[in-house]
Design a binder for this molecule. Structure first.
Ligand code: NOJ
Ligand code: CA
Length: 690
């Protein structure tokens, strides 16, 4: 035998010895047995697959991690052990879409050992709920992974099938998460933000997202092959995707699964996969409704800058405080109060001060005035994504908020997606993506500093919500999709399908400070107020009926809910405004009753304080007749239903103000039939008849 043959045989023996003796298959089922996860190590690869009612919904899909300077987990993997557990608990939210949340799941933690290279192991922990699954990587400290570890690739795949319908916004664009939703077969999707929502050819709905995104970077779904996505992690500028050190855990990768579209909404798996409250008493983070010096800037009536059209003046703020007090709003947001807005603020984030008000804004006096009327100022912190400028002033800026007795900050990170700036110790500037690990770390720093001062945050241009409000309940709301502002200047504005779309997509991640409630539906057709600034394109306007504006207070959840229009526009329609005054922002229970992604959605929510039920339904450009069983009300009990519905001639485009406001007595259990106009809606308050 030649030397060559000898060495080949020797190599084959080594390969054989290293290969797993037999492939292992483990399974995990949801408590109701409908969802099954199958985990394998066939061919040395870690894979999982998911079935729903015996039908495959996720094809066998790879798992693994690759590192820059350590051996990763990709090949030669064998299942070395597993542990199983079950849990059924109920926990209480300080505020939320429901007070009590049930967490019932079965768990399987599978440990994979690498049979090639240095000894090392990784555990993948799976949890199966009746409404979906979650899994994450857990790596313990081990000699093969000593020191700092740089993750260069997460290999998690999601094989949804190329024919599966996908609703998503594209990842990687300059405008962060603020894109109009698309509907395409998965086979045509290149890179999708999560939550991304799916309906497969068997009619089963799914949504892929993540839970507890900390100490990692954000994941998008990158097509490896048509219909097979890989977790694409955002990288550090010029660096790896994640910088970490064992022991570490990845965020949970979540796959919600349901037989109908509303089943995705009526699921708490994202919250259940987050850690319990780490802040203790957060009674300062009270849900509520607010108004603000805000829309006036977006429609060019006023400026953030301190010229003669400055919005944030003492007099104007008093007018808003008076209006808030008169109509029962707990907060007044004031944007443009602080130095830094003059000039090109979008690109000059390093000029913002978070402690110095403009001279025409008496922050201390106004906070006293507000307090005397039972109102709190919501302090605005626009950073223009200059992280270092904000981080340097964070303590002082938040101290000022605390000192004026406010418990709320609305922050903002306006910039193009890859333009979040930070300056390192050497003075070198770095530009990061808004959903990179640097940014995620930044948000956690802010949330913790705010919590230390009993301040709640509402973050605009945020990283997507992954349920962290459970762990840090002072992180009350976020933007993170196209909000109302696009209807002032979006070109194009949000389409009629938008409200029924976000319910099944962005809102699966968490609350959305959409800032609803515009009553003047053609704001850019009014005469200009500022000679220096014409109105925007009249095509930019809310493409909804007035009734739909009201309905969104029920369909779009945010514990901080704005009435976004100008006080004078509400004064003109106090009849319709009454619903915004009555509706709550904190819920005992919430149920999505009916809907289809991007077409329509109907919700019932029970107020946490009043225990009154509210109903809201919205439709896209298709008019619809809905028959909604009032099964959430007590059967046989009578209620006064205060109904705000589209009038017979309502149409978002040419007759948006046709609204019928009426009161009817209804009985719990009966069917409520209602007509929704094109891009219309209905809002109802139910008052028990004693
Ligand atoms: C974008 C935010 O979404 C909006 O609400 C705010 O008014 C502007 N940035 C200015 O900070
Ligand atoms: Ca925004």
């Amino acid at each position: 035998m030649t030397k060559h043959w000898k060495s080949l045989i020797a190599m084959a023996v080594i390969a054989w010895a290293a290969a797993p003796a037999h492939a292992e298959t483990l399974t995990l089922a949801s408590p109701d047995g409908k969802i099954t996860v199958t985990v394998k190590d066939d061919g040395g690869q870690a894979t999982y697959a998911v079935d729903y009612n015996g039908k495959q919904v996720i094809a066998p899909s790879k798992m693994g991690l690759l590192f820059a300077e350590h051996h990763g987990f990709e090949r030669g993997l064998v299942i070395a052990g597993s542990t199983a557990a079950s849990s059924d608990t109920t926990w209480e939210q300080p505020w939320g879409e429901r007070r009590l949340v049930r967490d019932q799941h079965n768990e399987l933690a599978v440990t994979f050992k690498a049979s090639e290279g240095p000894n090392r192991q990784m555990t993948v922990r799976f949890r199966a709920f009746d409404t979906g699954i979650g899994f994450r990587y857990e790596l313990g400290a081990q000699p093969a992974l000593e020191g700092d570890v740089a993750i260069v690739e997460e290999l998690t795949q999601f094989g949804v099938g190329d024919k599966t319908t996908t609703w998503y916004t594209p990842a990687d664009g300059f405008n962060r998460n603020e894109y109009i939703y698309r509907m395409e077969p998965a086979g045509e999707v290149e890179n999708a933000h999560t939550p991304a929502t799916f309906k497969n050819p068997d009619g089963i709905y799914m949504a892929i997202h993540e839970a507890a995104l900390t100490d990692w970077s954000s994941m998008s779904l990158l097509a490896l092959r048509p219909g097979n996505f890989e977790a694409r992690l955002r990288n550090w500028s010029g660096g790896p995707k994640v910088k970490t050190k064992p022991p570490f855990k990845s965020p949970w990768r979540t796959i919600q699964i349901a037989p109908d579209a509303v089943g995705l909404i009526n699921s708490d798996i994202i919250l259940n996969l987050n850690e319990p409250n780490k802040l203790g008493d957060v009674s300062y983070a009270k849900p509520g409704k607010y108004i603000g010096i805000w829309w006036a800037m977006h429609i060019n009536d006023r400026t953030w800058a301190s010229n003669k059209y400055h919005g944030a003046t003492t007099a104007e703020t008093k007018r808003y405080i008076d209006f808030a007090a008169k109509h029962g709003f707990s907060g007044v947001l004031v944007e443009g109060w602080n130095k830094g807005w003059d000039g090109d603020w979008f690109n000059n984030g390093d000029l913002f001060s978070f402690t110095e008000p403009y001279p025409d804004y008496d922050i201390k006096g106004l906070s006293k005035y507000a307090a005397s009327k039972g109102v709190q100022l919501i302090v605005h912190h626009e950073t223009s994504a200059n992280l270092t400028n904000y981080e340097k002033q964070l303590e002082a800026g938040l101290d000022l908020v605390k000192s004026i007795g406010s418990h709320y900050v609305k922050s903002g990170y306006v910039s193009d997606a890859g333009d979040a700036v930070w300056v390192d110790d050497k003075g070198i500037r770095h530009y990061e993506y808004y959903d990179s690990q640097r940014m995620i770390d930044h948000h956690m720093t802010v949330i913790k500093a705010a919590a230390a001062r009993q301040i709640a945050m509402d973050t605009h241009e945020p990283v997507k919500d992954t349920g962290l409000r459970r762990t840090y309940p002072n992180w009350m709301s976020r933007e993170g999709a196209r909000g109302m502002e696009f209807n002032a200047w979006g070109s194009p504005p949000n389409p009629p399908s938008h409200e029924a779309m976000i319910a099944f997509t962005a809102l699966l991640g968490g609350p959305f400070d959409y800032t609803p409630g515009i009553f003047d539906l053609r704001p850019n057709e009014r005469l200009p107020v500022r000679p220096d600034m014409p109105r925007g394109d009249p095509k930019n306007r809310p493409q909804t009926t007035l009734a739909k504006q009201l309905a969104t207070y029920v369909t779009i959840y945010s514990p901080l809910q704005m009435a976004a229009d100008l006080p004078e526009n509400y004064e003109k329609r106090l009849d319709a405004f009454q619903f915004i005054k009555d509706v709550e922002a904190d819920w005992e229970q919430s149920v999505a009753l009916a809907g289809e992604v991007g077409e329509y959605v109907a919700f019932a929510r029970q107020g946490r304080k009043s225990k009154e039920w509210f109903l809201g339904a919205v439709t896209d450009s298709e008019p619809r007749d809905l028959s909604l069983p009032l099964s959430f009300l007590e059967a046989g009990k009578k209620y006064r239903a205060q109904i705000y519905r589209d009038g017979p001639h309502a149409h978002w485009d040419y007759n948006p103000y046709d609204i019928v406001i009426e009161e009817k007595v209804v009985t719990g259990g009966e069917v409520f039939a209602v007509h929704l106009a094109a891009s219309g809606g209905v809002a109802v308050r139910f008052i028990p008849v004693n």
